[in-house]
Write a protein that binds this ligand. Sequence first.
Ligand SMILES: [Zn+2]
Length: 249
Amino acid sequence: MLDSFPSLIDSADSPEAVSNPTELIPVRYSGDPIPDIGRMVRMPLFKRCIFITLSRAYRADFEEYLWLIERGTPETWYFKPQKQPLRDLEVFDSSMRQPTMLDTPRVWASAALTTPTDDDIYDCMAGHSLDQEYIGACHQCTDEKSEALDNTDLVYYAIVSTNSQHSPMYGSNKEGKQIYKLIRCGSRESAAAEAFYHAGVRGCSIVFSCVFRFGETPDDKPKAVVERVDELWKLAEEAEDNSKIRVFY
Ligand SMILES: [Zn+2]
């Protein structure tokens, strides 16, 4: 099946080949040009094509997976619960049915997976530059914020998804339905490595990712209001309101 993929054969117009997490999900600094929103890449090692999307994530995307972020146990497959009434999460029993390996998984490399902790800061609020005309990144702010982030523990969440495999041995009501699991990591690099592994080896899609500050996750504060921050470095600042939790995506 996969061998019939013409794009897997090396030729001038075949998609770019990637062989490691850094090539699949390169870091992107604030000043970098906006890349193509989506493109195909190949993983020759695993004989798989991956559709990688780089568009920005919005609140609606976060809300879409909030049920899993708030209530999911990492590394456990779930079916998405029905909206009404809000039921308990239904675990996908992988001892009876296997998750499907998708021919062309999708990896959504949004800001959480691509923003480096030493990202350039353009909005200097401390008046570091004496030159009023200067429009580049403020090196002093960049250094200060990246050092603060390096001293802050973060928690990266990635949502993995595939389908439940068709199996004639078991009931048909859940066959082919989408299943989801949560992965938690301590750094962007390990989240990117997980994305690479799940897409390449397991044939699963990465459908969302976000970053919390350690100790300030929905697990730590289950009833808290979640507030988005527009820059990763803001997670290194002390919280102003302890009843809220901050998230970057
Ligand atoms: Zn500055």
